[in-house]
Design a protein around this ligand. Structure first.
Ligand SMILES: Cc1cc2nc3c(=O)[nH]c(=O)nc-3n(C[C@H](O)[C@H](O)[C@H](O)COP(=O)(O)OP(=O)(O)OC[C@H]3O[C@@H](n4cnc5c(N)ncnc54)[C@H](O)[C@@H]3O)c2cc1C
Length: 477
């Protein structure tokens, strides 16, 4: 897109979910120069956004997708898997399932109270959205992100039948999953306009992209942050033209929950043992980089829709969901690898993962504890009961599901909801990486604003909360 500048007031690393928002918000001040660096491809206007990215009924994340990075991972000691992240303007918000559900109020108990309590962040959740279904104290009607519960599309037969099955099984009706007390079965709030996936690139960056003080640079990867003593002063980047240095008054890392900690480590910031193992000189020891992250393990139950129970035309992958305590049950409308699934996810898993430069790079430690295995077995039993009701209603065919540990392991995957690889905390917390203003502890001029800073597990998807984090951080960065 633009040629490489050599300096700016603010350099933002990663034009993903959070990076697009910060670039738009920080460039509202015409006297502030902002450079946004993205390792994936970019485009210059809404009309030029590739159709695969705007199609809200498909996730463009397959093995040959040009819009994502794939990572081999260890879900458990014996079960391999893979993680995927967006690598294009909008980042993961450009390729995700469009479920736009906020973290629950109790999740914020683990966040620094002054700046990130639930009452403090609620105005940002309201300001970022235009909710087309609900108003009142908990919703906004003028923000950049559209929120609709039916996505303006048809409901798939499995979505309707699943809701009926849950209600008949005694679960509560839950019409608004972004209400503070949401629990039960109900429609998924989706960031969709008609059938268009509205990423943060479309909602925030495109309206700002022509500003003279904003430069967006694509196909350019930040290799490391450069320090002068304890002050971050520049980033070294690599593009097709070679290697360059961009100086910044402030460097903001928005590279996501996987790449941000790796970038810190490559810059000499991290756990000394990890850095030495990768032959990187220790510039600034920080034990929390890459340590103790959270995600939502998901066990998938195969089902087969009976003839006539497929949607008439493509619909979003997830239209309705059951939240039952720590369990979320997801009746996917589309196939993954040719198979249709009911997903059972643990939304408050005790598993804590680790991320390192050296292989094995990403370990989730899923189902490590007896509590998580028991919770997952119980969730699978609930889901099996619902499948039985769907089979009785002749919506799905026969199925064969066990809730033994071996069966769970063989059907285990990840929700792609990694958070907390550089978590926020107080300076006396040995594993905190950023303070409550998102500044890397012990360093100056270096800020992190993305899903990596989430302080504790959140019991819903990450997308809406990541957008809130960027809006909130833009107010004081
Ligand atoms: C397939 C998938 C489906 C999902 N579905 C949902 C869902 O339906 N609902 C939900 O709530 N959550 C969902 N999530 C999770 C959610 O989308 C992400 O957690 C969230 O969008 C992360 O935002 P982020 O800003 O932290 O990172 P990202 O949006 O991933 O942005 C990081 C950006 O930084 C760029 N980058 C990385 N390294 C560098 C570098 N060194 N130099 C330059 N640029 C760099 C990347 O290319 C990317 O564009 C999904 C995630 C995935 C991957």
């Amino acid at each position: 897109m633009s040629s490489l500048p050599t300096a700016a007031d603010v350099v933002i690393v990663g034009a993903g979910t959070c990076g697009c928002i910060l670039a738009a918000r920080l460039s509202e001040h015409p006297g502030r120069s902002v450079v946004l660096v993205e390792s994936g491809p970019t485009y210059a206007s809404r009309d030029l956004c590739p159709p695969e990215l705007t199609d809200a009924t498909a996730l463009p994340i397959g093995p040959r997708s040009e819009w994502v990075r794939h990572y081999p991972v260890h879900l458990t000691d014996t079960r391999a898997g893979h993680a995927v992240r967006g690598r294009v303007l909008g980042g993961s918000s450009a390729v995700n399932g469009c479920a736009f559900v906020r973290a629950r109020p109790h999740d914020f108990a683990a966040w620094p109270a002054d700046r990130w309590s639930y009452p403090t962040v609620l105005p940002y959740f309201r300001a970022l959205e235009h909710d087309h279904d609900f108003g009142g104290d908990f919703h906004g009607d003028a923000g950049p992100m559209p929120v609709r519960r039916d996505g303006g599309t048809d409901l798939a037969p499995i979505s309707t039948a699943f809701t009926h099955a849950c209600l008949h099984a005694g679960f509560a009706d839950d019409p608004d999953k972004n209400a503070p007390t949401a629990e039960g079965v109900g429609p998924v709030p989706l960031n969709i306009d008609g059938r268009t996936r509205v990423s943060t690139a479309l909602a925030y960056l495109m309206p700002a992209i022509q500003r003279p003080n904003l430069t967006v640079v694509g196909d350019t990867t930040v290799r490391r942050t450069v320090f002068d003593g304890d002050v971050a002063v520049a980033v070294d980047v690599a593009s097709a033209d070679g290697e360059h240095r961009i100086h910044g008054g402030r460097i903001i890392l928005c590279a996501g929950a996987i790449e941000t900690p790796l970038l810190l480590m490559r810059s000499g910031v991290g756990r000394p043992a990890d850095l030495r193992a990768a032959d990187i000189p220790v510039g600034h020891p920080l034990a929390g980089v890459g340590s103790g992250f959270a995600d939502h393990p998901e066990v998938v139950l195969p089902y087969q829709p009976v003839d006539g129970c497929d949607p008439l035309r493509p619909v979003p992958a997830l239209q309705t969901v059951l939240n039952d305590g720590d369990i979320e049950i997801r009746p996917y409308t589309t196939s993954f690898g040719g198979q249709r699934y009911l997903g059972v996810a643990l939304m408050n898993s005790r598993a804590r993962g680790s991320l390192r430069l050296r292989s094995p790079q990403i370990r989730y430690n899923y189902l490590d504890t007896a509590e998580d295995r028991a919770a997952m077995r119980s969730g699978v039993d609930t889901a099996t009961g619902l499948l039985r009701r769907l089979a009785d209603a002749k919506v799905v065919g026969d199925f064969d599901i066990e809730s033994t540990d071996d069966w769970l392991l063989a059907h285990l995957g990840t929700s792609q909801h990694t958070t907390g690889t550089c978590r926020m905390g107080t300076p006396d917390d040995a594993y905190a990486v950023v303070d409550d203003q998102c500044t890397v502890i012990g360093l100056q001029g270096l800020t992190i604003v993305d899903a990596s800073i989430v302080p504790g597990p959140i019991s819903r998807g990450v997308h809406a909360t990541a957008v809130m984090i960027a809006e909130r951080a833009a107010a004081f960065v």
